[in-house]
Design a protein around this ligand. Structure first.
Ligand code: BGC
Length: 595
């Protein structure tokens, strides 16, 4: 069917449905509840259009079968016809932002900052396709990805969700990810969601949910650029952003959501709010909901109070504050997405082809793609003296708190919203230590570096980095003490606080070049793997020889050892400039090879 013919058929089906819907059914479509606070009976009674899992919100034992059973129950409730109820299939949404990483055993891919360093759209498309299959294997249809933020300040706790500080690179990679996820709306596809609209990566001082101060020209040039190709790729949904633009919150911004996104750019999917995102528009809840709906929010993502949201929408429509035409527009868009995605034509979740293949979750072929992605995301920043590749026969001391910690390797939005620590809850995959141990039998793991001894070790690999975090919990805030003000002093203080997040093992520090140890004895000096959610500056590191990478390598630590031991060369390039104390230490695009 041609695109025009398809559009006409869908429009006819939408109008036919709309004509049969009560106001209650329409308002229910506009509300998305969280699974922990919403039962299948609620879906049936209130006609809810969607349910989501917030980070770490999982059914039963968190296995594919639990997810499919849960989705089946919600779907059946949405399709009930008792008492003349109109069946409209429910759309279930998750944050599969680096693989379907809420689910035990799923393939966890590097976060976007790591994918940005690969600079490889074709790889991203394959990653998205694999992620879509794993999502489908759990009976889910919608992921709140990709994030198209163009992060400008590494203090922002969501920097790792951004591919790059370069809008053009975010645009290339984001569009590829949309194509991979949606798979031309075929049986291998899910619904993608470009987020967060607009200017999430540009807030002052990198404050999460803060204020982006920019002229219209700057906003469009930096932050809108990635949305053009994502819309061309047919992204079906867009999420409004928590941040403000020049003091006005995006959730209530009619010019951004309606005039720009829907009218000027022709976006014909639907806009979903962020988590209770409308609530912050006003202290008066009804006023807040009215502002968001009239600005162009089509579906309200609500944590607990979804009943209140529906009741309030109803009162606002009855009072004429929200025109019925706005409700109809929102519902047309939601039904249009469900129809275009083919949700009406799919059987119940348990009977869908991918849901019958639970082994697709964490499949070997997906893990191989993750390993490739890790390998290609590594960036070599310094290599003097040349110590790479390492010999598999070498006596390697592996140290650092993050050397054997799959949880830290994976970062936020993995199993839990804020991520996890340790190896136990990240099934399969390998920590960096596990990857090294698999190929280097004389390697020794000593997390705190105790006993580092140049006569016993040829080389030391030190893995430092951040603990996992998500959203504002990862912000680095300069907390000015009285009189400290802002500016360089405060920045230095926050830099110091950050450095303490990735402490060097003390005994290794004692053998550092400044104190003698390895270097004096002319041993190949220790290498450092830096694993973090952002590029960050420090006064000392520039003097040290290291290979380094920004980003979270997912859980394929073997991908790191592939490069350490020379199975593959470094191909990653910084997708963010690396700040130094007095300016830029490494520019965006920088990265060495072993040659
Ligand atoms: C985040 C979104 C996410 C949503 C649902 C919000 O807190 O800002 O990116 O999709 O939660 O988990």
């Amino acid at each position: 069917m041609s695109m025009l013919a398809e559009a006409a058929t869908i429009a006819t089906r939408v109008e036919a449905l709309l004509a049969r819907m009560s106001l209650a059914a329409k308002l229910g479509q506009m509300v998305q509840g969280e699974r922990a606070w919403t039962t299948p009976d609620d879906v049936r009674e209130y006609h809810l259009g969607s349910i989501l899992s917030g980070g770490g919100s999982v059914p039963g034992a968190n296995r594919p079968a639990d997810w499919v059973a849960m989705n089946d129950a919600y779907w059946q409730a949405s399709m009930a016809t008792d008492g003349g109820r109109l069946p409209i299939p429910l759309l279930y949404g998750v944050d599969a932002v680096h693989g379907h990483a809420n689910v035990l055993g799923a393939t966890v891919f590097p976060h976007n900052i790591g994918l940005g360093a690969t600079g490889d759209p074709a790889l991203l498309e394959r990653i998205a396709r694999a992620t879509a299959r794993e999502i489908l294997a759990t009976g889910v249809d919608w992921t709140f990805a990709p994030t198209l933020a163009v992060a400008q300040d590494p203090r922002w706790g969501r920097t790792y969700e951004s591919y790059s500080d370069d809008p053009a690179l975010v645009a290339r990679l984001g569009a590829a990810f949309v194509r991979g996820l949606q798979a031309e709306r075929g049986p291998d596809g899910v619904v993608a969601c470009a987020k967060h609209f607009l200017g999430d990566g540009g807030t002052t001082d990198g404050v999460d949910q803060g204020n982006t101060v920019a002229s219209e020209e700057e906003l469009l040039a930096t932050h809108l650029t990635p949305y053009h190709p994502a819309l061309e790729a047919g992204v079906l949904t867009v999420m409004a952003s928590f941040n403000s633009w020049n003091g006005d919150k995006c959730h209530g911004h009619r010019w951004l959501l309606t005039d720009l996104l829907k009218h000027r750019l022709g976006f014909d999917g639907f806009v979903v709010s962020d988590w209770d995102g409308a609530d912050y528009l006003s202290d008066d809840y009804a006023e807040a909901i009215a502002m968001a709906a009239n600005a162009g929010v089509d579906m309200f993502m609500v944590s607990v109070e979804w009943r209140k949201c529906i009741e309030t929408l109803r009162a606002l429509v009855d009072a004429g504050t929200i025109p019925l035409a706005r409700v109809d527009d929102a519902v047309r868009r939601i039904l249009g997405v469900k129809l275009r995605y083919g949700l009406f034509d799919r059987p119940r979740p348990a009977e869908r082809p991918w849901a019958r293949r639970p082994a697709a979750l964490g499949a070997a072929e997906h893990r191989a793609i993750a390993r490739e992605a890790v390998r290609k995301s590594l960036v070599l920043l310094k290599h003097a003296p040349r110590v790479l590749p390492l010999s598999t026969g070498a006596r390697i001391l592996v140290a650092g708190r993050n050397a054997d910690n799959r949880g830290h390797q994976c970062g936020g939005f993995t199993i839990e919203w804020q991520g996890v620590s340790g190896n136990a809850r990240i099934e399969g995959g390998t920590s960096i230590w596990e990857g090294i141990r698999a190929v280097a039998p004389h390697a020794e793991l000593v997390p705190d570096g105790a006993g580092a001894d140049p006569s016993r070790h040829d080389v030391a690999v030190v893995v430092i980095g951040e603990r996992p975090y998500a959203e504002g919990m990862g912000d680095i805030r300069s907390v000015p003490s009285p009189g400290a003000g802002s500016g360089p002093r405060a920045a230095r203080r926050s830099s110091r606080r950050t450095a303490s997040r990735w402490p060097w093992p003390t005994s290794i520090r004692k053998t550092s070049p400044r104190c003698g140890g390895f270097r004096q004895r002319r041993c190949p000096w220790w290498r450092c793997c830096f694993r973090a959610g952002r590029s960050w500056w420090t006064r000392k590191w520039p003097q040290r020889r290291r290979s380094s990478r920004p980003g979270c390598p997912g859980r394929r630590g073997a991908g790191v050892s592939d490069v350490l031991f020379g199975q593959a060369d470094f191909t990653g390039r910084l997708s963010f400039r690396w700040p130094g104390a007095g300016g830029t230490l490494f520019p965006c695009g920088y990265g060495l090879t072993l040659g």
